[in-house]
Design a protein. Structure first.
Length: 286
C-alpha cells in the first residue's frame, strides 16, 4: 500500500537539485506522476533524465528538494521500497558471466510472490538465448532480459529507462504491449525514452525536461493541441497573432487573457509530439 495521504501519486518531486562538480544536472525540478498510469520523461541527451530516474530509484541522493516514491523516501526507506519497485536501467547492470534463465530464476527467488518465470521467458522470447552467457548477448537481448528482471517481482511501480533501445520492430511491439498490460493491471510506469512514437502511444502523461528542469508537461493531446494562427488583423476589440506557439507560450497567453478578462481564440493546427519537443529543446545536436 501507499503511505497515507499519497494514494493519487506514485512519484512526487519538489524542488529537486543535483550537481556533479560544476555541472548542475537538476535545477529545482518538480514533477508528479499518477498512480496506475504511464508517465513518459522526454529530453535530449544531457537533459537530466537518467539522473532523475536514478534519484527516484534510490541509486543517487539529491542535493536538495523532496523526493517521494510510493509515498516513501527512496534512500531512507529503500528496504521498504525494494520489493515494490522494479528497475530497468540503461546499461542493464547484468553480471556478464550469468546465463539469462538461471539469472531470472535467481532473482525470482528473492520475492515472496514472483511472476511466473516461464511466462516471462515466453512473453519476451528469452528461450532462444536462455543458456547463453550475458556477455555474448546482443544489446536487444540484454534489454529484454533486463526488462524481465524488472518485472519478475510483480512491482507496484516500474522504472523503464530506454526500454526499446536496440530492439527490432517485433521486440519493440512486444514491449509496448507489455507496458499497456502493466497499466491495465494497475502498475505505475515511469518511462524514459527518446522515441516520440513510443511516448505518444504509451504515455498517459508526458514531461519534457532539458537542462535539469521541466519545460512542459501534460497529456499528449494537451501538448500537441491547437496552436494559434493569424489573419493579421486588429480591431479595437480584438487582435490576432500569427505563427506557431510553444506550449509554454500558449500557457502564458492563457494566463494573460485570464488576468485581463479576455477571450483567447486558437485556430486548429496539427502538431506532433516531436514538433513540441523540438520547439522546446531546440534542433541543435548535443
Amino acid at each position: 500500500m501507499l503511505a497515507a495521504g499519497t494514494d493519487h501519486w506514485c512519484l512526487e518531486l519538489e524542488g529537486v537539485t543535483k550537481s556533479f562538480g560544476d555541472t548542475r544536472a537538476l535545477r529545482s525540478l518538480s514533477l508528479k506522476a499518477s498512480q496506475g498510469a504511464v508517465t513518459a520523461i522526454l529530453g535530449p541527451n544531457g537533459a537530466g533524465k537518467t539522473t532523475l530516474m536514478e534519484i527516484c530509484e534510490g541509486l543517487q541522493a539529491a542535493d536538495g528538494g523532496t523526493v517521494r516514491v510510493l509515498g516513501l523516501d527512496p534512500r531512507r526507506d529503500a528496504a521498504r521500497l525494494r520489493p515494490r519497485v522494479g528497475v530497468m536501467v540503461q546499461d542493464g547492470g547484468l553480471p556478464i558471466m550469468a546465463r539469462p534463465l538461471e539469472l531470472l530464476r535467481h532473482v525470482a527467488r528473492m520475492y515472496a510472490a514472483p511472476r511466473d518465470v516461464e511466462e516471462l521467458v515466453d512473453l519476451l522470447g528469452l528461450d532462444a538465448f536462455a543458456r547463453t552467457s550475458v556477455r555474448r548477448l546482443s544489446g536487444g537481448q540484454r534489454q529484454r532480459l533486463a526488462l524481465a528482471i524488472a518485472l519478475v517481482g510483480r512491482p507496484d511501480l516500474v522504472f523503464l529507462d530506454e526500454p526499446s533501445a536496440g530492439l527490432d520492430p517485433q521486440a519493440r511491439l512486444v514491449v509496448w504491449d507489455l507496458v499497456e498490460t502493466l497499466r491495465a493491471d494497475g502498475v505505475s510506469v515511469i518511462l524514459s525514452t527518446h522515441l516520440m512514437d513510443e511516448a505518444a502511444r504509451l504515455a498517459d502523461h508526458v514531461a519534457i525536461i532539458d537542462h535539469g528542469a521541466v519545460l512542459a508537461q501534460g497529456t499528449v493531446a494537451e501538448l500537441t493541441g491547437p496552436v494559434a494562427g493569424a489573419r493579421a488583423t486588429r480591431t479595437p476589440d480584438a487582435a490576432r497573432l500569427r505563427g506557431p506557439l510553444t506550449p509554454a507560450a500558449r500557457a502564458d497567453l492563457a494566463e494573460l487573457a485570464d488576468t485581463h478578462g479576455l477571450t483567447l481564440e486558437l485556430e486548429d493546427g496539427v502538431r506532433t509530439l516531436e514538433d513540441v519537443f523540438l520547439d522546446l529543446t531546440g534542433r541543435s545536436l548535443r
